[in-house]
Design a protein around this ligand. Structure first.
Ligand SMILES: [Zn+2]
Length: 426
C-alpha cells in the first residue's frame, strides 16, 4: 500500500514536472575551447534520466554477475599480496646495493599492491632520505603512527650523527630515552653527546645513568670516561680559581683511571704552583711508569730548578729505570745525561731505543747532540741530523678519529669535535 502511494506521488510529480517544462521552455548552452553545444531543457532532463537509469543498471549488473567477489576473492588477494612482498624484497635488495632510485621504484610497486603499510613506508622513507633532497613525505606519514615514532626518530638521529650535529642529536636522544629509558645504546649516546658538547656536569649525570644499566658500557670504559669528565671539571674549577676543588677532582680522575696522564700532569702542576714539589714528584713518578709523554718529561726534568745537573741525572735515572720499555724514558735519561756529561749513560740509553726499533727523530737528534758535546765531532753529528730527517715521527698527541696532531692533550678534538679521541700515539 505504502509503495503504491509512493509510485502515485512519483507519477504526479513527473506529470507536474513535464507540465512545468512545457510552460517554462529553456535552453542549455555549453561552450568549451571554441566549441558550442546547445540543447533544450527537455533534452537535458532526458539525459539526466538516461544517466540515472544507466547507473542503476550497472549496479544491478554488478550484483547480478557477482563481480564484487572478484575483488574480494581470498586467492586473488593472497596472490596480489605475494607479488607485493616480492616487490618489497626486490626494493630492499636494491637498497642494500645503494641503488636508491631502483629501491623507490620497487617500493612504489609494493605500495600499489600492499597499500601504505609500515614495511613499505619504512623502505620508501629510508631510500628517500638516502637520496637526500630534503623532502620525505613517507617519514611524515610514519610519524603520525605512534608505533613507528621511534623508528622515525632513529632515522633522524642517524642523520644528525652523520652530520655531526651534536646539538640537534642530544635533545632527540633525551626524548627517545623518555620512552626507552633502559636502552643501552641511547644511554651511552646521551653521555657521549653531552660530553662532545662540553656540558661536563650533565655528562657526568648521564654517565652515572648509563652505568646503572648493565651492559651500556664496560667497567673499564666507564672508569676511563669518569676520569676524563673529572679532568674536564677540574679544568673548569681551576679556571674559576678553585684550586683545591680542582685538585680533588684530579685525584678522583686518577683514582678512576691511574693511566690517565693529563690528570697526573695537571695535578703535578697544581702542586708545583703551591710549591709542594714532593707531592708533584710522587704523582709524576707514578704516571711515568704507565703512560709517559713529552709534557710529563719536561715537567719531571724541570721539577727542582735549584738542583745541579748531576742531581737531576741521578733523580731521573731512578724514575726511568722503572719504565725502561718506553722510548720516552730513554730520551729523557739521555738528555739529562748529556747535560751532566754522563756520556756512557747517554749513549746506552739512545742505543737501547735503536736496538728495540723505537728510534724516532728525537733519538738521532740527541745522538747528534751527544757527538757534538762529547767529542766535538761535527761530521758525526751532521750524519745523525741527516738520519733524523728520515726517521719516524716522535710519539705525539693525535686524534684517532680525524688523525689531526696536537701539541697537547685535549678532551675534545677541536678539529672534528669528537670526545676522548685524542691519544698519545706511539
Ligand atoms: Zn679529530
Amino acid at each position: 500500500m505504502i509503495r503504491l502511494t509512493i509510485y502515485i506521488i512519483l507519477a504526479i510529480m513527473l506529470a507536474l514536472g513535464a507540465a512545468w517544462m512545457t510552460t517554462n521552455p529553456g535552453q542549455i548552452l555549453i561552450t568549451w575551447q571554441g566549441w558550442e553545444v546547445r540543447f533544450s531543457m527537455a533534452v537535458m532532463v532526458l539525459l539526466v534520466l538516461f544517466y540515472t537509469v544507466m547507473l542503476w543498471f550497472t549496479v544491478w549488473l554488478f550484483k547480478k554477475l557477482n563481480i564484487s567477489t572478484y575483488f574480494t576473492d581470498p586467492k586473488r588477494l593472497a596472490a596480489k599480496r605475494k607479488k607485493g612482498e616480492n616487490d618489497l624484497d626486490l626494493a630492499w635488495s636494491a637498497f642494500a646495493l645503494e641503488e636508491y632510485k631502483e629501491a623507490i621504484k620497487f617500493g612504489l610497486r609494493a605500495k600499489s599492491k600492499l597499500g601504505e603499510n609500515g614495511s613499505v613506508l619504512r623502505l620508501l622513507a629510508s631510500a628517500t632520505s638516502k637520496i637526500g633532497d630534503g623532502k620525505n613525505p613517507y617519514l611524515d606519514t610514519l610519524k603520525a603512527s605512534s608505533a613507528s615514532m621511534v623508528w622515525v626518530d632513529k632515522q633522524q638521529l642517524d642523520h644528525y650523527l652523520y652530520q655531526r650535529s651534536w646539538g640537534d642529536a642530544a635533545p632527540l636522544v633525551q626524548k627517545m630515552l623518555d620512552s626507552h629509558p633502559n636502552n643501552k645504546e641511547l644511554l651511552k649516546l646521551d653521555f657521549l653527546l653531552l660530553a662532545r658538547l662540553g656540558n661536563w656536569q650533565e655528562a657526568k649525570l648521564a654517565l652515572l645513568n648509563a652505568r646503572r644499566e648493565k651492559g651500556a658500557m664496560t667497567p673499564s670504559m666507564y672508569k676511563h670516561y669518569s676520569a676524563v669528565i673529572d679532568y674536564c671539571l677540574a679544568q673548569e674549577k681551576k679556571a674559576a680559581g678553585s684550586k683545591m676543588e680542582s685538585l680533588n677532582l684530579l685525584k678522583s680522575s686518577l683514582k678512576s683511571d691511574p693511566m690517565f696522564a693529563p690528570a697526573a700532569l695537571s695535578a703535578a702542576r697544581l702542586y708545583i704552583e703551591q710549591d709542594d714539589r714532593k707531592s708533584a714528584e710522587k704523582i709524576l713518578t707514578a704516571i711515568w711508569k704507565q703512560a709517559p709523554n713529552a709534557e710529563l718529561s719536561e715537567t719531571i726534568a724541570e721539577l727542582y730548578p735549584q738542583e745541579s745537573s748531576g742531581e737531576t741525572f741521578r733523580r731521573i735515572k731512578k724514575i726511568t729505570e722503572n719504565a725502561s720499555d718506553f722510548s720516552e724514558s730513554h730520551h729523557l735519561l739521555a738528555s739529562v745525561a748529556i747535560d751532566s756529561e754522563q756520556w756512557p749513560d747517554a749513549r746506552r740509553a739512545l742505543e737501547s731505543i735503536i736496538n728495540s726499533n723505537m728510534a724516532s727523530k728525537t733519538t738521532y737528534q740527541t745522538l747528534a747532540l751527544l757527538e757534538r758535546k762529547q767529542k766535538s765531532d761535527k761530521k758525526a753529528s751532521d750524519k745523525f741530523i741527516e738520519k733524523s730527517e728520515n726517521a719516524k715521527a716522535d710519539n705525539h698527541w693525535q686524534c684517532n678519529d680525524c688523525h689531526k696532531i696536537f701539541p697537547h692533550y685535549l678532551p675534545t678534538c677541536t678539529h672534528c669535535h669528537e670526545f676522548d679521541s685524542i691519544e698519545w700515539s706511539r
